[in-house]
Design a protein around this ligand. Sequence first.
Ligand code: FPP
Length: 228
Amino acid sequence: MADENLPLHVGIIMDGNGRWAKQRLKPRNYGHDAGMKRVMKLAAHAKDRGIRYLTLYTLSTENLNRPEEELEGIYDLFRKYFGEYAVKLSKENSDVRIIGDISVLPADVQQKMLSACARKVENPDLTVIFAINYGSRAEIVRAANLAVQRGKKVTEEDFSHLLYTDGIPDPDLIIRTGREVRLSNFLLWQAAYAELYFTDILFPDFNNAAFDKALKDYSLRSRRYGKI
Ligand code: FPP
C-alpha cells in the first residue's frame, strides 16, 4: 500500500477501559492495565505503518476527579510505563512527549515522565505524545495569557507556538474508541481540519487491524480545507 494516503499525525481518545473491565467483572484498573498494553502494541504498529506522531488522550483534567483508588492504579501504570517502557521506545528510535499540566501528579511520577521526555533520539521515527491532565480549553487560556504577557497582537501561527503542542503538526486523524461521538476537550484548536473517526470498539480491544481500518477509512477521505 505504498501509494496509500496516510496521516502524519494520529490522535486517539482512548475510551472504554472501564466498560471493558466491567464486562469481565473486574475492577476498572484491570481495564486501564489492558489499555496500557494496547498502547504499547499500537505505538509499535503505528511506527511500522509510517505514522510520525501519535497523541494519546491518557488523562483528562476531568479524569482527575475519579476515586483515589482508580487514580492510584493509573499512577502505578504511569510509573511502569514511563520507567521501563519509555526506555524501550527510545531504543526503538521513538521519542516521548507530554502535553498538559503534570505538576499535580505525585512527585515520583512526574520525575519518571520528565526523564522519559528528556531521553531524546536524533531523528525519531515516531513521537508518542501523552496528553496528561490535559484539557484543550485550559491549554488555549494558558496560551492567551502568555500572549497577553507579551503585550502584542498575535497571528494564528504565533498563537499555535504558545500551545503545548508547539512544533507538532496538527493531527490529520482523530480516532475515538468506546462508542461516544464527541471530542471531550481534546486538541480543539489543533483539530480544526482533522478527520474524525469513531468506533464502538472499547479501547483494550482496539487492535492493530482496527487501527488499520481507521487508516484505510482516512485514506479514502477527501480533505479540502474549506476549498472546493
Ligand atoms: C478511558 O476509559 C480511559 C482513561 C480515563 C484512562 C486511560 C488510561 C490508559 C489507557 C492507561 C494508559 C497508560 C499509559 C501509561 C499508556 P474509561 O475509564 O473512561 O472507560 P469507560 O468510559 O468505559 O468508563
